[in-house]
Design a protein around this ligand. Structure first.
Ligand SMILES: Nc1ncnc2c1ncn2[C@@H]1O[C@H](COP(=O)(O)OP(=O)(O)OP(=O)(O)O)[C@@H](O)[C@H]1O
Ligand SMILES: [Mg+2]
Length: 330
């Protein structure tokens, strides 16, 4: 949810971001206000730094908008939750082009697989969807990415908050060296939620959704590092879910897992798409066919073909797609 856009958004009563609940309940005491203000300032200074890098101008974040957010604001449900328009992406101050003229629309509650040989730009595009690339020095971006209709590269976007809406799961599970419970509670706590009951419920819900609750419910206080690789990856998914995102980005989430753990994560993805829009980068053609509704094939920074997964794998339009999926290169 993007702060300076909230005024324009439709007010609905169903989907509510945890952030908004926090902002509108009595739990938001003075201490939390301070915490949120600090977070907003940090986001603002981060945005300023990024604006310098990305050559965009940043508007002052309006505290009024942050603290007087309308009750139960939810982004208007749109069929296309992600719209990439004429996106060019360069590393090294424009010297290295990683993506050129990418156009794609991603539909709500679908799974989209990004495939293509190493270095074709899959991760770059994925990371652009929640501005994770902002952390890289000297990038240049042209074009736009809209999330629920809002251009996330517009000046004044609260990037920290964007990332709560668009969660990310990385290739290598990266649990924090703290307890299982604290890993999942980390995000909500950093958003200012202090109520123990609310936190407990969020942790349990998130672990259930990540199909990990039964494995860990008796060991919540144990270190997350004691979990198996597959369990750690599901914990990272639970941690992302605890932020109540609308979109989940996954960059090769099963590449370090054995076949059984992979299957569990794939089953989870199929279950989660009822609630989330998922984009997954994968090198496994089999995985793309098992989990995704749509597949995008990239080559040398270009989107070669983007269609229903079934079509891509049975009757692709482009010869290059056919060559790639049949293992002729990459
Ligand atoms: N931080 C960076 N600085 C400079 N160039 C980068 C950086 N990150 C990626 N690149 C380059 O951008 C291009 C796209 O990289 P990207 O990581 O998006 O590819 P990928 O399709 O995800 O590859 P893989 O399948 O190996 O993960 C590559 O040529 C890569 O070398
Ligand atoms: Mg990659």
């Amino acid at each position: 949810m993007i702060l300076n856009k909230e005024k324009d958004l439709t007010v609905t009563s169903d989907t509510t971001n945890v952030y908004d609940e926090v902002l509108t309940t009595k739990e938001l005491n003075a201490k939390e206000n301070k915490h949120l203000r600090r977070q907003a300032k940090a986001a603002e200074s981060e945005a300023k730094k990024n604006s310098f890098k990305n050559n965009i101008e940043v508007k002052q974040i309006n505290e009024e908008e942050l603290f007087n957010a309308p009750k139960k604001v939810a982004l208007k449900d749109r069929e296309n939750v992600i719209e990439v328009e004429d996106l060019d992406f360069y590393y090294s101050m424009g010297n290295k082009q990683a993506l050129s003229k990418i156009n794609m629309k991603i539909k709500k509650n679908t799974v989209t697989a990004f495939i293509g040989p190493s270095g074709c730009g899959k991760s770059t595009l994925l990371r652009s969807i929640n501005r994770m690339n902002d952390l890289v020095e000297n990038i240049v971006i042209n074009g736009s990415i809209k999330v629920n209709g809002v251009n996330i590269y517009e000046p004044g976007i609260n990037v920290a908050r964007l990332r709560t809406e668009v969660g990310m799961v990385f290739q290598k599970a990266n649990p924090f060296p703290i307890s299982i419970f604290d890993n999942v509670a980390f995000g909500p706590r950093s958003q200012g939620i202090r109520d123990k009951q609310v936190i407990n419920q969020l942790v349990e819900d998130s672990l259930r959704k990540a199909a990990l609750w039964e494995d860990v419910k008796d060991y919540l206080k144990d270190s997350a590092l004691g979990l198996s690789g597959g369990q750690q990856q599901r914990l990272c998914i639970a941690r992302a879910i605890a932020m109540r995102p609308k979109i989940l980005l996954m960059d090769e989430p099963t590449s370090a897992l054995d076949p059984i753990a992979t299957l569990k994560v794939e089953e989870l993805i199929l279950k989660l798409k009822k609630e989330y829009t998922i984009v997954i980068v994968t090198h496994s053609m089999a995985q793309a066919t098992r989990v995704s509704d749509y597949t995008a094939f990239f080559l040398s920074g270009e989107l070669v073909e983007y269609d229903r997964t079934k079509k891509i794998f049975t009757n692709p339009k482009n010869k290059k797609t056919e060559d790639y999926i049949s293992g002729r290169f990459g």
